[in-house]
Design a protein around this ligand. Structure first.
Ligand SMILES: Nc1ncnc2c1ncn2[C@@H]1O[C@H](COP(=O)(O)OP(=O)(O)O)[C@@H](O)[C@H]1O
Ligand SMILES: [Mg+2]
Length: 201
């Protein structure tokens, strides 16, 4: 990613409170859990359940969901390749801020391009990023069709639809793979929590 700073007259102003201070205060490690996968694969469903369980266990969690963010912050963006890049660029920046605030940040965006997920990882810092590939084949997703989008895409009413008329690049080395054609939502959530425990989060 090229540097996008337009102004030359800005100087970073450091604070007196660090990421570590905030994590100590919250008794948790701020991190980004990035769910990627086709529309209808189960990203939002799993993230909502994980958020619910971790919150009940006393963790501070916040969820950034593709559809929700496109209502506000990214409402000016469409689904062309460059708008998708900008969508992910902004949310990678926002997620990194939440992580820095000490929050367990759940991000559920299709994020179809490896390059942009690599950017999100770089922003969060290598030890604060967990990539979760929510895996389901396009036929299963189209059968579920929770938002009726596949039906529209098949009729040609949606252009640049991931998995149909726009590519999805599978992750090469995700920290976690959840096959939602095999695992229930509960099992997927348990898998993520086990990973977080084993990795000292
Ligand atoms: N094992 C499973 N894991 C997650 N979702 C599942 C599973 N089986 C069926 N579903 C259903 O699939 C749909 C996934 O939709 P959603 O979570 O909105 O996907 P995404 O956010 O990836 O677009 C939901 O209607 C959910 O109830
Ligand atoms: Mg979703």
């Amino acid at each position: 990613m090229e540097k996008r700073t337009k102004s030359e007259n800005i100087v970073w102003h450091g604070g007196a409170v660090t990421y570590e201070d905030r994590c100590a205060l919250l008794k948790q490690k701020g991190l980004v859990i990035w769910f990627t996968g086709l529309s209808g694969s189960g990203k939002s469903t799993i993230a909502v359940e994980l958020e619910k369980q971790l919150t009940a266990e006393g963790r501070l969690v916040y969820r950034l969901d593709g559809d929700n963010v496109r209502h506000g912050l990214n409402g000016d963006l469409g689904f062309s390749a460059s708008d998708r890049d900008e969508n992910i660029r902004r949310i990678a920046e926002v997620a990194a801020l939440f992580k820095d605030a000490g929050v367990i940040t759940l991000v559920s965006f299709i994020a179809p391009f490896r390059r942009m997920r690599a950017f999100a990882r770089e922003k969060a810092g290598e030890n604060g990023f967990v990539e979760v590939y929510v895996k389901a084949d396009v036929n299963t997703c189209a059968e579920r069709d929770p938002k009726g989008l596949y039906q529209k895409a098949f009729k040609g009413e949606i252009s640049d639809f991931t998995g149909i008329s726009s590519p999805y690049e599978e992750p090469n080395q995700p920290e976690i793979v959840l096959d939602t054609t095999q695992n229930s939502v509960e099992e997927s959530v348990r898998k993520i929590k086990e990973y977080l425990q084993s990795d000292g989060f």
